[in-house]
Design a binder for this molecule. Structure first.
Ligand code: NAP
Length: 312
């Protein structure tokens, strides 16, 4: 078995349901299959083409046509749909869940899941949201792979008063498929991810858009000389448009707060360049270099440019 995945002697649960077998959902299913996480794997998707592909790839044992059918008898349901679709899927499945079922998700924003989806669920069902901090710029059922979460963090954001046993099960699920688990409030998660993920994506979308709009620089020059830093931005800026639109619409406060701070700091950098303040530039660039070294030391990156982003 692939390194980092933990084969279980007995399944954690009987029925595990993944709604939305895209990059993240199909990776969970592949890892669940490899580790024996559940006795029966079930998946479905709003799109018939995705359901068909899930059947062709044998991602699950059962691929029913609707979410309502899929969740019947489920022990754990993981919603792997875009953040903006989570509440509507919860509304579809709420009446079909058995008492004691656990509903989780993998959305990149957490406050909105607790606020919008929580009230739609019956009291007998446990909501334990999570966010695996792992991914690539690809989407769809073909893009997933079993080792996507190995040595990555999965942040669990249990609402106040959440059931301890349900939280432990979701933690065990992520640990089985190789992730390290961290707990925090949904609010804190959204502020941390705003600066570590959401604002960087916004900057990448912006810089690639600006380069594309600059009339005196041709498209062929942009491509030809992209190795000068731009290429790394284009990778990030090719990430799924639906997913990222939903992230920004659902994490407005934290993103706008971090963007305000970013704007102030970039104005200071512009000032340093205008006034030839080389010391200020050198001091910042030295500090940022050390941050990358720390990330590499913590095993979250290597010096190779495509660490953790290739199919394993
Ligand atoms: P993806 O590859 O596009 O997969 C999402 C799947 O959900 C698609 O098959 C989509 O079907 C389906 N879907 C959309 N609306 C649905 C609905 N109402 N009911 C049922 N299925 C529906 O996206 P992903 O990258 O796996 O992202 C899924 C979630 O993971 C998002 O919430 C995202 O924030 C989170 N996440 C992503 C990453 C990353 O790096 N990509 C990392 C961590 C967390 P269609 O194709 O027909 O729309």
């Amino acid at each position: 078995m692939a390194e980092g995945l933990k084969r279980r002697e007995t399944p954690l649960v009987d029925r595990l349901v993944v709604i939305g077998p895209g990059l993240i959902g199909s990776s969970i299913l592949r890892a669940a299959r490899a580790t024996g996480l559940a006795h029966t794997l079930v998946t479905t998707d709003a799109h018939s083409g995705v359901r068909e592909r899930a059947r062709e790839l044998s991602l699950a044992d059962e691929v029913p046509d609707t979410s309502a059918e899929a969740v019947a008898g489920a022990d754990i349901v993981i919603l792997c749909v875009p953040v903006g679709a989570i509440a509507s899927v919860v509304a579809e499945i709420a009446d079909h869940l058995k008492p004691g079922a656990i509903v989780s998700d993998v959305g990149s924003v957490k406050g909105c899941v607790v606020e919008k989806a929580g009230p739609l669920l019956p009291k007998s069902v446990h909501l334990v949201p999570a966010h695996p901090v792992a991914g690539t710029e690809y989407s769809g059922p073909d893009s997933g792979f079993a080792t996507l979460f190995v040595n990555r963090w999965s942040i669990i954001t249990p609402p106040e008063g959440a059931d301890a046993e349900a939280i432990a099960k979701i933690a065990a699920l992520w640990e089985t498929i190789g992730a390290n688990v961290e707990f925090m409030s949904a609010h804190h998660h959204d502020r941390v991810l705003a600066i570590t993920s959401h604002v960087p994506h916004l900057i990448a979308y912006n810089i690639v858009g600006t380069a594309a709009d600059l009339e005196e620089i041709t498209q062929s020059e942009v491509i030809k000389f992209s190795a000068g830093g731009f290429r790394d931005f284009t990778r990030i800026a090719s990430s799924d448009p639906t997913m990222w639109r939903d992230v920004f619409l659902n994490n407005k406060d934290a993103v706008l707060e971090m963007l305000g701070r970013f704007n102030e700091d970039i104005a200071a950098l512009a000032r340093a360049i205008r006034w030839s303040d080389g010391d200020a530039l050198f001091e910042l660039f030295t500090r940022t270099r050390a941050i990358r070294r720390n990330i590499i030391e913590l095993g979250q990156e290597t010096a190779e440019p495509d660490f953790g982003r290739k199919k394993g």
